[in-house]
Design a protein around this ligand. Structure first.
Ligand code: MG
Ligand code: ZN
Length: 394
């Protein structure tokens, strides 16, 4: 008898034997019961757990940092900028829904929610100003710890879009109130008056403490962080001084502290770091201030990169919301129509506008999934690519 015939004979034999003991209905019930018991007792690892490693994501935003701002680090810094460490590079178009030239609110909304909105919007939709889910809300549901670092107020447009939903960036007291109950676990910035010297006379510091934050309002001091706690560093001024006016290493130091705290979480972390004042320097057409802010931001980029390189499971993205000032690195006397007077040996930074511009903005990526950040695309794609990189992280 061949193997095939033997199998058919065996099945037929077993079936007949079973039929003597059970009815057909009972056999079917028995099969269903066995299958359901098997699926019930499979370990939850096999049935529910995603087949991915929780990818840490650090998004660094140089507010108002176009290609010339970034380039200034190559000509006015003392060492090779950290930007040079990145291999995967792309460009974004930063327009918002109602204007071709965006502002920081719409720019950050695109990064934070994956959707473009109108100028001034803080993570609300352009149709009806309803809330659009942000990346911190999405990732915290997956067990991520989240943090924000900035050198302006935490209520300023860029960080605000990562936790608040308001129809206007100007409502900074409302934005502060929303931080209290947000999913943010760590923040370091200025802007204390929006929390304790408010028009409604409310003091939000005790509310933040009731909500689990250990608050520090005097200085940024590193400590032995407990991953089960939350930490808020809120410096007294509305805006921290510019680097040229004596700001210390707040930005790189806070970035390091945030990473130290957040990386204690086994389920991943998301950190947004903003070099907030590159934009302010552009608005003031102050090239010295601008260069120092870019160099300071580059130090924070170095902190993130060095951690990611050692950690191996961290994606770092460096980009900007838009360019500010129409900044350029032309030759000395380059605005003269006497070409012979141009001195190509000397760079004389200059500005074309006191506002923002529509120039494409570079994107630098490093770590798992960094290759998907290559190419030219719209600013809101950054959000989708961050989540995609996480999904691809097997
Ligand atoms: Mg900003
Ligand atoms: Zn601006």
């Amino acid at each position: 008898m061949s193997m095939g015939l033997f199998c058919i004979w065996l099945i037929d034999y077993l079936y007949k034997k079973l039929q003597k003991i059970f009815t057909m209905k009972k056999i079917i019930s028995l099969v269903i019961l066995t299958v359901s018991l098997w699926s019930c007792f499979r370990s939850p690892d096999e049935t529910q757990k995603e087949d991915i490693k929780p990818l840490n994501v650090i998004l660094l935003i140089g507010d108002g940092m176009g290609l010339s701002q970034l380039s200034s680090a190559y000509y006015f810094g003392e060492q090779e900028p950290n930007f040079s460490k990145f291999k995967d590079i792309g460009f974004i178009n930063t327009s918002c829904t109602n204007t071709r030239i965006t502002d920081s609110a719409a720019g950050a909304t695109a990064f934070a929610t994956g959707n473009r909105s109108y100028k001034g919007a803080i993570s609300v939709s352009p149709q009806d100003t309803s809330s659009m889910t942000n990346i911190i809300e999405t990732l915290s549901l997956l067990g991520y710890k989240t943090g924000l670092v900035a050198t302006y107020s935490v209520t300023h447009a860029t960080p605000a879009a990562f936790y608040a939903h308001v129809d206007s960036r100007d409502k900074q007291e409302d934005i502060a109130m929303q931080l209290v109950t947000s999913e943010v676990d760590f923040f370091a910035s200025s802007g204390l008056p929006y929390f304790n010297a408010r028009e409604d006379n409310k003091d939000l510091i005790p509310l933040l403490e009731q909500n689990g934050f250990e608050m520090e309002t005097q200085r940024l001091d590193a400590k032995e962080f407990n991953v089960k706690k939350k930490y808020g560093y809120l410096m007294p001024p509305i805006s921290m001084p510019a680097k040229v006016d004596g700001r210390d290493d707040f930005l790189p130091d806070a970035t390091k502290m945030a990473i130290d705290y957040l990386s204690r979480n086994k389920d991943g972390f998301f950190l947004m770091v903003e070099g907030s004042q590159i934009d302010g320097a552009g608005h003031k057409n102050n090239s010295e201030m601008l260069i120092q802010e870019v160099l300071d931001f580059d130090k924070a980029v170095g902190m993130a990169f060095d951690f990611a390189e050692k950690n191996g499971n961290t994606l770092v993205i460096v980009t900007a919301d838009h360019e500010t000032g129409g900044f350029t690195l032309g030759a000395e006397n380059g605005t003269s129509d006497d070409y012979d007077s141009h001195d190509y040996a000397v760079i004389e930074p200059s500005f074309a506008t006191y506002g923002h511009s529509a120039t494409l903005i570079p994107v630098f990526a490093f770590g798992p999934g960094s290759d998907i950040f290559r190419g030219v695309y719209n600013n809101n794609e950054i959000f989708h690519k961050m989540l995609k990189a996480r999904e691809l992280n097997k």
